[in-house]
Structures are given as C-alpha cells and as structure tokens.
Design a binder for this molecule. Sequence first.
Ligand SMILES: Cc1cc2nc3c(=O)[nH]c(=O)nc-3n(C[C@H](O)[C@H](O)[C@H](O)COP(=O)(O)O)c2cc1C
Length: 441
Amino acid sequence: MNILFVNGSPRGRFSVTLQTCLYLEKRFPRHSFSYLNAAAGLDAFEKDMAPAAEAMGKAELVIFAYPVYSFLVPSQLHRFLELLKESGIPLRDKYVTQLSTSKHFFDVTAHRFLEENFHDLGMRVIHGLSADMEDLLEKRGRREAERFLEYAVFCAENGVFEEAPSVPAEPAKPYVSCLEGCKKEEGFDVVIVADLRTGDESLRALIKDFGAAFPYCTRFVNLADFSFRGGCLGCLSCATSGKCVYRDGFDALLRDEIQTADAIVYAFTLRDHSMGARFKMYDDRQFCNGHRTVAEGKPFAYLINGDMSREDNLKTVLEARASVGHSFLAGFASDADSLRALSLRLSWALEHGYNPPRSFWGVGGMKIFRDLVWLMRGMMREDHLYYRAHGLYDFPQRRWPRMLGLSALGVLLRSRRLKRVIGDKMNEGMLAPYKKVLEKL
Ligand SMILES: Cc1cc2nc3c(=O)[nH]c(=O)nc-3n(C[C@H](O)[C@H](O)[C@H](O)COP(=O)(O)O)c2cc1C
C-alpha cells in the first residue's frame, strides 16, 4: 500500500512523532512510504500546494503524524489544513488516519478535531493512534504502533471506516448589531482578544454589541494586527528561561496587555471546527507560560461568530481550558440573547470573585501536568518553582491520621460480625465531620 505520512510537527525531522513513522517504515517493508513536511515546511505550501496535491494523489492511505499542542494540533498543521481545504485538492473517499504523540493531555480533542476536518473533506476516516511520547522506547509501545498500522491497512483494504455526520453543518447567519449601549462603570479591566479581520462584519458587530451590553469599559487587542514571527517551534527554549526564541514582542503583549486584565473575552469566527489557525498560534505561543496557571481566578468568555450547536469538541476544548486554568467560564455568545446573558454572568463573576472548583477536566489535567513537571523539573525550572510555591505537588499524600483511620475501618469491615454491629454507624461516622461544619453555624 502507498502510505503518506503528513508530518505535522513544527520540529520537522527532529520530531519525536516522526520516529514512530520511521520505525513503521522499517517494520513494514512490503508497503511503500512517503513523507510530506507539512508543519516545518509550511512556508513552501503557503506559496504552492502542488507538491501536497501530488503526494496525496498517489497515496492510498494518508496518516497525519503530529504532536498534540494545546488541546489540538500545532498551529502550523492547522494552517496546512486550511490550505488543503482552500486548495480543492480532491480527497473524497481517500482513507485517512492519524498518529499522535503527547502526554495524553487532551489528545482526545485533538483527534476529534482532525476527524471532523477529514469528514469535511469527504475522506474515509479510520480511528488513529494516540501514543505517549515515550511509547516507542518500550516493547509495548512498539507493538501498539505496529498493530495500529496493520489495523489501518486492514480497514483501508476492506472498506471499513467511521461514519461521517449525517447532516453537514449549515453556514451560520451573519450577526447584525442590535443592542443599545448602557452606562459604563470603572472598576475592572476587561480585555477583548480577537482575531478580527478586514471584512468580518459579523464578528465586528458581535464585539460591538458585547461592548454595548457589558456594564464595564473594555480594552481591545486584535491578533489580526499582531505581526507573529511564526507558530511555536516546540524548541522548549522557554522551559528554562520563560522567554520565547522569537523576538516579535509576543511575550510582552501576553504578559503586559492580556494577562494583566481582570477578565479575558475571546472573540473569533468559527473556522474548521476551531478558532482558526491564527488564534491557534496565539494559544501555542502561550507555551512560554509553560504549565503554569497564570490566569487562575480570572473569568473568561467567548464571543463566537458561527453556529456552535454542532461544535461539541470545540466546546469541550474551551470548557476544559477554563477548568484546567481554574477560571470561571462565563459562556459562549453568538446572538443577542446569549450576549446579554454572558455579559450578566461575567459582570457578576467579576463583582463577586466567583470561581467554582475545577471539574474532572481540570483536576485530571493538572495531575498530568504535575507528574510531567516533577519529572522534568531540572529543565522546566520556572514550572517547578511555580508548582512548589503553589502547593501543586500534592503527592505522595501524607494524610496519615485519615489513612490510619480508614485502614482500621477496613480491618473491622472484613469481619462479618463487626460489620453487622457497625451497621448504620458507618454512615454516621462518614457524616460526622460535615455535621461539625453545620453545627458551627
Ligand atoms: C506548544 C506545545 C504544546 C503542547 N501541548 C500538549 C498538549 O496539549 N497535550 C499533551 O499531551 N502534550 C502537549 N505537548 C507535548 C507534545 O505533544 C509532545 O512533546 C510531543 O511528543 C512532541 O512531538 P514532536 O517532537 O513530534 O513535535 C505540547 C508541547 C508543546 C511544545
């Protein structure tokens, strides 16, 4: 089979993910493999997609091989997808799958994002492989990679693929400004960070009406006007210094103009099941903050020009980001009613310092970060100091009295007779500390 690996790592030939592709090439000499350097070689594809068209045309199975970056794919691969869609290269009914490496932090949303886009292109989707970045170093990981390729080839040879959504999403109606302005108060610094491009009147109207409905003054930062030197290169230089190798002023924009705000409102036009490649560049470049939850406690909100009703994966990404960062998400707004509700929620959260606890996404995500930072603390210096100072190294659990108490209870419960004697007392025992809280009132 002619198999094409689309290398979606900004690290190009130094990519960890690529090593699994090279391994599979060696292990399966009966197939013919080729490579497309989609992320690191993006500049060339910006000018000419013909080499991509030729490579895709020859392939019987396309495998997108990439690192998970900030819940999705690297901005460079995101941009390549945009180019692929714009190019009109015929991909209908072509078999496609994916191979990612990561620390499994929101690998699921990255995979779903790509599958949604593959379906848009009419491709035949085979579920991919999400490997840990070190899996190839272990026998189990190598075996899993081999089985994955065999599985993908089997599916392609036997016409087995995932069903596409039955009804493709309708283009959303443009938003037209309709809200009256209200009296503005001082007191909070709220920044709107947008990717507002020339001609995007619908998003402009949404931002204008949010400004009208919201009771506090707002500032505006337009990412469309910022001259990014490029997407995150994955060089990890910032891990030790906290500074990005690019000298385009992004660190200053982020730290002095955005992170200083009391609340952040993001505004974008829905593109390709996400916020678009430019916003993704903004997200990836925040890697200069490492794994530190620097915006903790600041409420967030999203103004989204587009129909979010079918974008469950994107909703998960945005909700999970707020949960991991431990910030209240005041909602998504795409029309006048939701704008009003979002504005009320956000102002209330600011006025009352509202910040509910992290959900499963946040609690689970932070445990992955904790283990990663602990292991790499020699290199991820800034992260390590932050995790130590903020008590984020919550292991091993040294709650000795509680553990001893529960061990004693375990011994008692192993005896049927004692279990009967304890009976309802167990429920009472469990509730005793809570009752103390209530009694203190
Ligand atoms: C900017 C950036 C963002 C990342 N985001 C995630 C993430 O959201 N989830 C995760 O599990 N790993 C994340 N990682 C780790 C990479 O996915 C992982 O190191 C990967 O194996 C790198 O592969 P590559 O060498 O092929 O680029 C991120 C790394 C970088 C540099």
